[in-house]
Design a protein. Structure first.
Length: 101
């Protein structure tokens, strides 16, 4: 399984990646994981960084571009965008990743 974390250079994105890795390991999944921060690569999934460069008010307080509906952090599995615009609970990650057992 190929996992991509779409995010920015922030603690939230880093924690998102750590959480996904921890859960994938606990499920004994065989996987590769990569973090994507490049705007051009993010646009391939129609996902945008809503962060303000140099300032982090928190994901829930970032002004959103009304023309975009998908934001980081996001999760791509085997090339398919599975989650975006939120930081789901561990239970949601477990349910989603369990589909790949």
């Amino acid at each position: 399984m190929n996992i991509k974390i779409l995010g920015s250079q922030c603690a939230v994105s880093n924690y998102y990646q750590e959480t996904v890795e921890k859960i994938a390991q606990s499920l004994n999944l065989t996987y590769t994981i990569e973090k994507i921060e490049d705007d051009e690569q993010l646009r391939r999934y129609a996902v945008y960084i809503g962060c303000l460069i140099g300032y982090c008010p928190g994901c829930n307080y970032v002004p959103r571009d009304s023309s975009a509906d998908k934001y980081t952090p996001a999760l791509v599995i085997n090339g398919e965008l599975k989650l975006h615009s939120c930081f789901p609970s561990d239970e949601i990650f477990i349910k989603l990743l369990s589909e790949y057992l």
